[in-house]
Ligand binder design. Structure first.
Ligand code: CTP
Length: 404
């Protein structure tokens, strides 16, 4: 198993909000991701969800009472706090925010927040009027000043029946922000990485486009992995079948031309560019402003014109990684792209291999650079992304092509 949570020790503080039930899903996803999750609950949280729920999910004891003489965890809570990689308080009620801001310590969560040196991530959940109250705003500011990461709340329907800001952030948002927090001091910390992804769409008329089979999954995995190693990530994305990762800057670029412009702008302040996007090499030369009607023509021929090669046009001075999706002569074509595009690394994949490439969750690539070729096994796109980023880190480390 791999991923940002693997082998991490996560403390999950659950305070007394109706959103406490959502913390069960968060605990489950973190546990499935390979984290050791220790849940801390306030007394009021146990009235919404039982400790047994969390114990069944995490396979770990749940700490509800610091003064329980029968609980070894109660005695060891300071050790727990010191071993943790992150403390996540989700949901955090207005009362819990106040306690954390003031430094009160009368329940397992607030005590642990004082005892831990780990980063603290706080996900508030309350009624919209409470969230807007100056007392709550002040407490949130205090926590931010002290370095806490505040996630959400989101807008939507609240338990009170009102609609407004106060909903606990959704699980994918929380997972992404926890991963980013865990990786903040990684080997790409302080680096700015631009990743392109997805398949461009070149309009034929207002309804139809010329596009390709890219799902965006490989590029999104690279953006996610770079985030999890501490990079500041700009994801320039064309059409994709999946949601972009949380915690990266997303720039939308539908056509090859829009992508060229967005990439050119983004690389000005970047250390590396990874072009995973499937960019159209040709676009309709004269797209119709009106929908093409089939009655109007017997046959249809479309004149196409070349688009610019985006990565080949990026000036030297940053690390450049291209992909090569090939159906034959994989390594020969990849080596030609390495030279022709003036890049440091080509990730080459054979699109005819079953279970790899377009749309799949796994990929099999060869890494081709001036030193030779390395064959990687078929593996999750996140792991392929990590292998590519290992090379990026090494290239940045040599001091060869650094940020401009
Ligand atoms: N690429 C690019 N700009 C383009 C086309 C491709 O920057 N207009 C990038 C892709 O993002 C990828 C690499 O170049 O990183 C190789 O793309 P690929 O489609 O495999 O190769 P092409 O250069 O288009 O060559 P061919 O289609 O002849 O294989």
């Amino acid at each position: 198993m791999s991923g940002p949570f693997h082998g991490k020790r996560i403390l999950l503080g659950v305070s007394g909000s109706i959103a406490a039930y959502k913390a069960a899903d968060l605990a489950s996803k973190l546990t499935q991701g390979g984290a050791e999750v220790d849940v801390l609950m306030t007394h009021s949280a146990t009235r919404f969800v039982t400790p047994l729920t969390f114990r069944s999910i995490t396979h770990r004891p749940v700490l509800t009472d610091l003064f329980d003489p029968g609980s070894p965890e109660a005695i060891e809570h300071v050790a727990l706090a010191q071993a943790a990689h992150v403390l996540v308080v989700a949901p955090a009620t207005a009362h819990m925010l106040a306690k954390l801001a003031l430094g009160l310590a009368d329940d397992p969560i607030s005590v642990t927040a004082l005892a831990t040196g780990a980063p603290v991530l706080v996900a508030p959940a309350m009624d919209a009027n409470m969230w807007e109250h100056p007392a709550v705003r002040r407490n949130v500011e205090t926590l931010i000043e002290r370095g806490a990461v505040i996630v959400g709340p989101g807008e939507g329907r609240l338990a009170s029946g009102l609609t407004g800001w106060g909903r606990l952030a959704e699980t994918p948002e929380l997972l992404g922000r926890i991963a980013k927090t865990l990786g903040a001091n990684g080997d790409l910390s302080g680096r700015s990485i631009v990743v392109s992804a997805g398949g461009t769409q070149e309009p034929l008329d207002p309804v139809r486009v010329l596009t390709n089979r890219s799902s965006g999954k490989m590029g999104y995995a690279i953006a996610e992995a770079a985030r999890d190693r501490g990079a500041d990530v700009t994801l320039v994305t064309a059409s994709a079948a999946v949601e972009p990762p949380v915690g990266v800057h997303v720039e939308r670029a539908d056509t090859a031309e829009q992508m060229r412009n967005a990439v050119q702008e983004a690389v000005c302040s970047a250390d590396a560019l990874v072009m995973a996007a499937a960019v159209a090499d040709y676009r309709p030369a004269d797209p119709s402003g009106e929908k093409l009607k089939k009655e109007a023509m017997a046959d249809l021929s479309v004149a196409l014109e070349r688009t610019d090669d985006i990565i080949a046009g990026v000036p030297d001075g940053i690390v450049k990684v291209a992909f090569a999706a090939e159906s034959r002569d994989l390594l020969k074509n990849a080596r030609a792209k390495l030279k022709g595009k003036g890049v440091h690394l080509v990730a080459a994949n054979d699109i005819t291999l079953p279970g790899a490439g377009f749309g799949a969750d796994e990929n099999k690539v060869w890494l081709v650079d001036e030193g030779g070729d390395t064959e990687l096994p078929l593996m999750a796109k996140y792991d392929v992304a990590m292998a590519i980023l290992d090379r990026v880190v090494a290239l940045l480390g040599t001091g060869r092509p650094k940020g401009r």
